[in-house]
Write a protein of this length. Structure first.
Length: 121
């Protein structure tokens, strides 16, 4: 789901609004990371608990996703640099970066944020 949000927003900003693909990616990442936080807390980690308030949990999520984002953005930049045609189709570069960062993002979320099983009260 994050890939769809990320790639969709970056492609829209580059194609329709004529944003620079490097700057567009910053906004698309923030939107995608927020969407994946919501999805993961509702579905993937529904039986797990962060022990944090919503705001604190979101902020912690965003900080944890920074590691994956660095990998993701580096692959994205390499794609745009080595394959100039991808600047017109940045969604393809987003997908390549997302594949490379997915494991880091899931692992950090599972091991560092949603590490406790929810208790029934």
């Amino acid at each position: 789901m994050g890939l769809v949000v990320d790639a969709g927003i970056v492609q829209l900003l580059v194609s329709a609004v004529h944003w620079n693909p490097y700057y567009a990616r910053v906004l698309s990442f923030l939107a995608a990371a927020t969407a994946t936080w919501w999805w993961n807390r509702q579905h993937t980690f529904a039986k797990r608990d962060s022990g944090r308030s919503l705001w604190s949990e979101w902020l912690h999520w965003m900080l944890l996703m920074a590691g994956g984002a660095a990998i993701n953005y580096a692959v994205y930049v390499v794609f745009l640099y080595l394959l100039p045609w991808s600047q017109r189709w940045p969604a393809i570069a987003v997908a390549a970066g997302s594949v490379m960062a997915a494991g880091v993002n899931f692992g950090s979320a599972r091991l560092l944020l949603f590490k406790r099983t929810k208790t029934t009260s």
